[in-house]
Design a protein around this ligand. Structure first.
Ligand SMILES: [Zn+2]
Length: 478
C-alpha cells in the first residue's frame, strides 16, 4: 500500500514536471468597438474633417494575446489617426490591474486612418476627452477578452510584395523650383504630393512594398487570427465628417468574411498594422474613378485575397517561443527660437495677411503650441520576437528608408515595424530628408522631434532587436 502511494506521488511529480517543461503555445484574439459618437472631433487642422456627423464603417481595437508558457504578450491595433501615450498607458494600466499582464508586455498602435479621431489631447473639447477615456477602456476590454480566449495554437509567417499599391509622396525637385515654405524660407527641394511638374526629378526616397503576414490558427487547424502589416499612409476617398477605418478595417472585415473559426472557437480576428508610411501614399493604379469609400474596400479585398493565398504555404508551428523588450529614449523637441516666435506672433497679429504660404497661420499657431512644450520628450520603443518573426515598434510616422534599414540590419529571419505604437511622436524624417525640407519636416505638433531623432531611434531599435535574438533556453532563435 505504502509502496503504491509513493509510486502514485512519484508519477504525479513526473507528469507535472513534463507539462511544466513543455512549451505550450497559446493564442487568443478579440475585438472591441471604439466608434465615436456624433460631435467628437475628427482628425486635424490641415485635413479639416470637422466633427463626426455619421458612420461609414465602424472603428475597432483588435487585440491578439500570445503565450508560450513563460511569456505572455499582447498586440493591439486600433482604428484611429494616432493615439497619445497617456491613452495607451491608461489602457495598459487597466489591463495590468485586472489580469496582471505587465504593462511592458503590451504593444498598442494606431492604424492611421484619417477618417477617425486623433486620440491626442491637442485642443480638445470635453466630448473628445470623454472619448479618449472610453477608448482606453475599450482597448483594455479587447486585451482582457483575448486573454480569456487563450487556447492551444500554432503560428507562422509569410510575405508578398505589392509595389503597385505604394509610392513615395515626397518628390525631389530642381533647385529653385519649390515655393517658399510656410515660414517664408526659400531653398527647399521637396514638393509633397506634387502632381506632375517639369521641376520634379523623382521620388525623394525608396518605398517598402512588402506586405507581411503573421497567421495564427487553433491546434485543430481552424483560423484564429491574422496580423497583416503594410506601409501605405492610408487610402482615403472620404466624405467630411464620416467615420471610417479605411483599408485597415476593410482588410480585417474581408479576412473575417473568408476565414471562419467554427462554432467551437471564438470568432476569427483579422487585423492590419501600419508599417513605415510617413512618406508614402497609395497608388490607385487602374485609372478608374471611384465613389467615396470605394477604393479602400477594393484594395482591402485584393490584399485579403493575396493574404489568404500566402497563408496556404505557411508551415504553422506550436514550438515557438516569445520575447519582448522595451526602452525609452529622451529626445529634444524642436521648439521655436526667438526669431520664429516673433514671426509667429506677427503672422497671428495680422490674420488677413498677406502671408508667405497658405498654411502660414497654421504653422504660426503650431509654433506657439511647441513653445509651451518641454524641451525634451521621452519616447517608448519596443521589440517583440514571435518565433523567428521580429517586430520593432516606434511611436512616430516612420519613413520607408528607416523601416527598410531595420529589416535589412535585423538578425531575425523576418522583421517588420509597427509605427504610431505606444504613443505619438510625429513624423520621423531622416536627417537627409530634413535637409531637403517639405511638409513632413516643418516644425509642428505633428513633426516635433530633433533632426537627429531618426538615427537615434534606428540604433536603439536595432539594439532592442538584438536583445530578443536568444530565447530563454539560451538557444539562438532559428
Ligand atoms: Zn497622415
Amino acid at each position: 500500500m505504502r509502496c503504491s502511494v509513493f509510486a502514485l506521488i512519484g508519477s504525479l511529480f513526473v507528469f507535472h514536471f513534463c507539462v511544466a517543461g513543455e512549451t505550450q503555445f497559446r493564442a487568443g484574439a478579440a475585438v472591441a468597438d471604439v466608434t465615436p459618437q456624433p460631435g467628437v472631433s475628427l482628425d486635424g487642422a490641415i485635413s479639416k474633417n470637422g466633427p463626426v456627423v455619421g458612420i461609414h464603417d465602424r472603428l475597432h481595437a483588435r487585440a491578439l494575446v500570445l503565450d508560450d508558457g513563460a511569456t505572455r504578450l499582447a498586440i493591439v491595433i486600433c482604428d484611429a489617426c494616432m493615439i497619445e501615450r497617456e491613452v495607451f498607458d491608461a489602457a495598459k494600466s487597466l489591463v495590468q490591474q485586472q489580469s496582471g499582464l505587465p504593462t511592458d508586455r503590451m504593444l498598442m498602435a494606431a492604424t492611421h486612418t484619417h477618417a477617425a479621431v486623433r486620440v491626442t489631447h491637442i485642443g480638445t473639447d470635453p466630448i473628445d476627452d470623454e472619448y479618449h477615456r472610453f477608448f482606453a477602456r475599450r482597448i483594455a476590454d479587447a486585451v482582457l477578452q483575448a486573454e480569456q480566449n487563450l487556447a492551444p495554437a500554432q503560428i507562422g509567417h509569410a510575405s508578398f510584395n505589392k509595389p503597385e499599391f505604394v509610392r513615395c509622396r515626397r518628390f525631389l525637385c530642381e533647385p529653385g523650383s519649390v515655393d517658399v515654405n510656410p515660414f517664408g524660407t526659400a531653398g527647399e527641394r521637396i514638393k509633397s504630393v506634387a502632381g506632375r511638374s517639369s521641376a520634379v526629378i523623382g521620388p525623394a526616397g525608396p518605398v517598402d512594398p512588402q506586405f507581411s503576414v503573421v497567421s495564427i490558427r487553433h491546434a485543430d487547424g481552424a483560423p484564429l487570427a491574422v496580423l497583416g502589416n503594410f506601409s501605405v499612409h492610408y487610402t482615403g476617398g472620404y466624405q467630411r465628417g464620416m467615420v471610417s477605418a479605411d483599408y485597415f478595417g476593410h482588410y480585417a472585415t474581408a479576412l473575417q468574411s473568408k476565414m471562419h473559426a467554427g462554432t467551437e472557437h471564438p470568432p476569427f480576428v483579422g487585423m492590419m498594422s501600419n508599417g513605415t508610411s510617413g512618406n508614402t501614399s497609395v497608388i490607385r493604379g487602374d485609372g478608374k474613378q471611384y465613389a467615396p469609400f470605394e477604393w479602400m474596400a477594393v484594395a482591402a479585398r485584393m490584399l485579403a485575397s493575396e493574404t489568404e493565398h500566402a497563408i496556404k504555404a505557411i508551415e504553422h508551428r506550436s514550438d515557438v517561443t516569445l520575447d519582448m523588450h522595451q526602452s525609452e529614449l529622451e529626445l529634444a523637441v524642436r521648439r521655436p527660437d526667438e526669431a520664429r516666435l516673433a514671426w509667429a506672433n506677427a503672422v497671428l497679429a495680422n490674420p488677413a495677411g498677406p502671408h508667405p504660404h497658405r498654411w502660414s497661420k497654421i504653422y504660426a499657431d503650431e509654433a506657439l503650441h511647441l513653445h509651451e512644450y518641454p524641451s525634451t520628450m521621452k519616447i517608448k520603443l519596443q521589440a517583440i520576437r514571435i518565433g523567428d518573426v521580429a517586430i520593432a515598434a516606434v511611436p512616430c510616422e516612420v519613413f520607408a528608408e528607416t523601416g527598410l534599414a531595420i529589416k535589412q540590419q535585423s538578425q531575425h529571419p523576418a522583421t517588420f515595424t509597427i509605427e504610431l505604437a505606444n504613443g505619438y511622436g510625429g513624423y520621423l524624417p531622416p536627417p537627409k530628408q530634413h535637409e531637403l525640407g517639405g511638409y513632413e519636416t516643418w516644425p509642428a505638433r505633428s513633426s516635433l522631434l530633433e533632426v537627429t531623432a531618426e538615427p537615434k531611434i534606428l540604433a536603439e531599435s536595432l539594439k532592442l532587436l538584438e536583445s530578443i535574438v536568444e530565447d530563454k533556453t539560451g538557444r539562438r532563435a532559428p
